[in-house]
Design a protein around this ligand. Sequence first.
Ligand code: G1P
Length: 295
Amino acid sequence: MKKEVTKAIFPVAGLGTRFLPATKSIPKEIMTLVDRPLVQYAIDEARSAGIKEFIFVTSRGKGALEDYFDHAHQLEYELRKKDMNDQLAILQSTNMESGAIAYVRQHKALGLGHAVWCARRLIANEPFAVILPDDVIAAEKPCLQQMIEIYASVGGNVIATMEVPHNKTASYGILEGFDYSSPVFEVKSMIEKPQSAQAISNYAIIGRYILQPKILENLDRMKTGANNEIQLTDAISEEIGHDKSGVYGFQFEGKSFDCGSKIGFLKATVAFGLSHNELRDSLLSYLCDVVGASK
Ligand code: G1P
């Protein structure tokens, strides 16, 4: 029987340089998309997929992120006293069970593979999920939940993927499949951030993975790849073709936003604003005015 996936790694050690000066004093992961920090979207997705242990790989300057997960007792008390029950419910919905969150430090920015490897002792010998909070996915059924269901039938390593324009391959890890006709396909090869001329396909890795502990052993070798960094893509790629552990691409249902870039963040803000009950009408009318005025 396949072991259940109950642990997830959230690599959040990046400097967030694309959002300077904001990231001078706030970690990118707690920047707000409508009314919730980016990291809350990632946590909610993981919780709905049955994750019980949340491992953050952090770095210097991420204190505010750790504080975000503390229970806000004083604020809860004030809201209760003022009968602000809706706000209290919102606040309490973010409370995490004591001990459910662990933080490990990545002491040097050596790449995504290295960040994941930093959590190896907490993962031990179990399958685990990796969620990159920059990639926010709007979906009816949360993406990681879709992946857990797929994993229950195929096992191995499952990687979220979607097609991207051919001239954008250098921003992603790229998967080559044997056949793309079904939402889950076996991966033939993968390569990190190829220029479009070298790209083996236009199926990009999106920041959701379910991986076997063997990947952590592969990372032990600290092999450097694209951009001279230790790449998660390379460590997964070593598993391709092994009998016991397949590698699968999964074309999830939903829309992904790259909130690591300004334009991606703005698009996500508009999309989540438009799906927000209280904001939809006024945002839409504002957008129509702006578009009308620019014509
Ligand atoms: C990372 C991965 C890459 C993946 C991307 C998705 O790159 O290395 O394979 O396609 O996330 O967001 P990064 O964006 O951290 O450079």
